[in-house]
Design a protein around this ligand. Structure first.
Ligand code: F6P
Length: 321
C-alpha cells in the first residue's frame, strides 16, 4: 500500500492518448490522497532528476492533445546498471514509492529492470501506435494512428485514380503489421503487405497488370515499414508492371494529432486502473484490454513475449482485400 507518493512518466515513441492516461493517473492519485510526481523526458529525465510534483491543474487542457506533456526521449545511459541505479536514487530522493510507465515494449522492459534491480513497484501502460505489446488487444494511440493512416489513404486514392497510378503507402508499425493491416482493410486497399504474412511480388504485379487491362483506374498497396521499404517496393512494382507508380511514406504524421474518442476513453480507464493498482500495492503488471475489458498482464510476460498479428485480421484481409 502506498500512502506517500507515486510518479508517472512517458517513454519511447509518443502516441496520441498518452496525455489522457497521465492525466488520469495524476487525478486518481490525488483523489486517493497520494502525491504524484511527473518524470519529464522519459528515462533521461529520471537520470537527470527532471522530476517535479504535479497538481490537478498541471494536467488541465491536455486530454485533447497529442504528443506527451511529460516529454519522452531515448536514453543510452539507462541501458547500463549504473544508469538505472542513478535513476532509482533520484526516485528515492523524492520519496517516490511506485512508478507508472506509459510506453511501448522497450520502455516497459526498462521498467521490468528497475523492478528487478531496485524492487520499486512498477505498473505499465501500453503506449505506442504500433499495437504490438503482448497480452493486450489495444495500445494507447493505435486508434488515432490508424485513423490518420486511413484518412491519408483516402486522399491518396483520389490522386491515384485521377492518374491511373499505383500508389504504395508505407505505414509505421516497427516490426508489427497491425497498423498496415487495420488501415489497409479499413481503407479498402487492394494489397496489404505485412511482416507476419508471406507475399509474392511477382503474383501481385501480374494481378495488377491484368486488372488494369480490365479497366482498373488505380491500385493502393499498403506496406508496413517492417515488411519492406516503400521506396524499394515502388521501384520493383514500377519495373515489373510498367505502370506509373508513386510512393507515399506517411511517417511521423501517424504519431501526432488529437486523440480519438476511443484513445481518450481507453487511456483514461487505463490511467485510473494503473494508479489505483499501484497505490493498493499491486506491482509488476501492465494494464491493457482484452475483448473490451481492462485486464492485467504480468509485466515480465508482457515484455518477454512477441505479440502475433491477430489471425482474424489476416483472415478477413484474405477474403476482402
Ligand atoms: O514505436 C513507434 C514508432 O513510431 C514506430 O512505428 C517507428 O518504427 C518508430 O517509432 C520510429 O521511431 P523514431 O520516432 O525514433 O524515428
Amino acid at each position: 500500500m502506498i500512502t506517500g507518493a507515486i510518479a508517472v512518466m512517458t517513454s519511447g515513441g509518443d502516441s496520441p492518448g498518452m496525455n489522457a492516461a497521465a492525466r488520469a493517473v495524476v487525478r486518481t492519485a490525488l483523489y486517493e490522497g497520494v502525491k504524484v510526481f511527473g518524470i519529464y523526458n522519459g528515462y533521461k529525465g529520471m537520470l537527470e532528476d527532471d522530476i517535479h510534483e504535479l497538481t490537478s491543474r498541471s494536467v488541465s487542457d491536455l486530454i485533447q492533445r497529442g504528443g506527451t506533456f511529460l516529454g519522452t526521449a531515448r536514453c543510452m545511459e539507462f541501458k547500463t546498471v549504473e544508469g538505472r541505479r542513478k535513476g532509482l536514487d533520484n526516485l528515492e530522493k523524492h520519496g517516490i514509492e511506485g512508478l507508472v510507465i506509459i510506453g511501448g515494449d522497450g520502455s516497459l522492459t526498462g521498467g521490468s529492470m528497475l523492478s528487478k534491480e531496485g524492487g520499486i513497484p512498477i505498473v505499465g501502460l501500453p503506449g505506442t501506435i504500433d499495437n504490438d505489446v503482448w497480452g493486450t488487444d489495444y495500445t494507447i494511440g493505435c486508434d488515432t494512428a490508424a485513423n490518420t493512416a486511413v484518412d491519408a489513404i483516402n486522399k491518396l486514392r483520389d490522386t491515384a485514380s485521377a492518374h491511373r497510378r499505383i500508389m504504395i503507402v508505407e505505414v509505421m508499425g516497427h516490426t508489427s503489421g497491425w497498423l498496415a493491416m487495420t488501415s489497409g482493410i479499413a481503407s479498402g486497399a487492394e494489397y496489404i503487405i505485412v511482416p507476419e504474412v508471406k507475399y509474392n511480388i511477382d503474383e501481385i504485379c501480374e494481378d495488377i497488370v491484368e486488372s488494369y487491362a480490365h479497366g482498373r483506374r488505380y491500385t493502393i498497396i499498403v506496406v508496413a515499414e517492417g515488411a519492406c521499404s516503400g521506396v524499394g517496393l515502388k521501384n520493383v512494382v514500377q519495373e515489373k508492371t510498367k505502370i506509373d507508380t508513386r510512393v507515399s511514406i506517411l511517417g511521423h504524421i501517424q504519431r501526432g494529432g488529437s486523440p480519438t474518442l476511443e484513445d481518450r476513453i481507453k487511456a483514461s480507464m487505463l490511467g485510473e486502473r494503473a494508479a489505483l493498482a499501484l497505490i493498493s500495492g499491486v506491482n509488476d503488471v501492465v494494464f491493457g484490454f482484452d475483448e473490451g475489458k481492462v485486464v492485467s498482464i504480468n509485466l515480465f510476460d508482457s515484455v518477454n513475449n512477441k505479440k502475433p498479428l491477430d489471425p482474424e485480421l489476416v483472415r478477413l484481409a484474405s477474403v476482402l482485400v
